[in-house]
Design a protein around this ligand. Structure first.
Ligand code: PTJ
Length: 249
């Protein structure tokens, strides 16, 4: 039991969730390494959602609201850390949920499915019973996506994705929203829009922004997207990181 007044409470809580998810077969072995890398970048942004990230989350909310066929892709780390928010966001947006694992095994698919079901998900795509479609430019099981889900989606939210898949989805004409604490990763650079923030803070903030923007004029939402440039935005996040080093005392 982690005491709530521990100065590193949130971080320890996330670690606890990650370790438990590993023990129950939800998380890939590499999910622990990925989490550790994320923590290091989180230190550099002060473990809080930066102003830049908040604006990016707002733009991501606009893209998701404007989408005709939005899909939220769920992997092990996402299911471990924010299953309740993922299910909630899908409900608000009327978006589809699709399990899409880099280290795919039938056992892990079932474990992630169970977590989403436990948190109230009704329909979950990407399970073993589907006649998957192949995403061009990728090999092996990670190239398989649901014909009802990612294959036909116009906007895909891919928290903690890998670079190859992000690139393949962008090349397939999709607007890809990544959540990645590492602004230097290939995923961050190739996504259409990258939120440089911890998924545990991004998801509740994204839900809040979607609720605030969902009745706005589409023209207003489109303006947010027109004014967005992913690389410029990543540079802003890097500046925050550099400032935190330069101003260290
Ligand atoms: O569940 P699977 O099989 O689909 O596998 C998932 C992982 C994450 C293991 C797999 O996609 C992978 O190996 O990813 P990478 O290439 O390690 O990239 C993960 C990225 O997520 C890294 O750039 C991390 O900095 C970042 N990251 C880690 N934890 C968080 C995070 N970003 C946001 N919030 C986090 N909590």
């Amino acid at each position: 039991m982690i005491p709530k007044n521990h100065p590193r409470y949130q971080s320890l809580l996330s670690r606890d969730k990650i370790v438990n998810a590993y023990k129950s077969g939800i998380l890939a072995d590499a999910g622990m390494i990925a989490h550790g890398r994320g923590e290091a970048f989180d230190y550099l942004i002060g473990e809080k959602t930066t102003n830049t990230a908040e604006k990016t989350i707002e733009t991501a909310a606009a893209a998701l609201i404007l989408a005709k066929d939005p899909v939220i892709s769920v992997n092990g780390n996402t299911a471990a850390l924010v299953p309740e928010h993922v299910v909630n966001l899908a409900g608000i947006l009327n978006a589809k949920l699709e399990i899409n694992l880099f280290y795919r095994t039938p056992e892990r698919v079932k474990a992630v499915w169970n977590v989403l079901k436990d948190h109230g998900a009704e329909k979950i795509l990407g399970t073993e019973n589907e006649d998957f479609k192949h995403v061009k430019g990728l090999n092996g099981p990670r190239s398989n996506v649901s014909p009802e889900g990612i294959y036909n989606a116009d906007v895909v939210l891919v928290p903690l994705e890998d670079g190859d898949r992000t690139e393949a989805l962008v090349n397939a004409g999709k607007f890809v929203i990544a959540i990645d604490l590492n602004p230097l990763s290939r995923t961050s650079k190739t996504a259409s829009l990258t939120i440089v923030d911890n998924i545990i803070r991004t998801m509740p903030c994204l839900i809040d922004k979607v609720n605030k923007l969902k009745n706005k004029d589409p023209e207003e939402l489109n303006k947010l997207l027109d004014n967005f440039d992913n690389i410029d935005n990543l540079k802003e996040s890097l500046k925050v990181m550099l400032n935190s080093i330069e101003n260290f005392e």
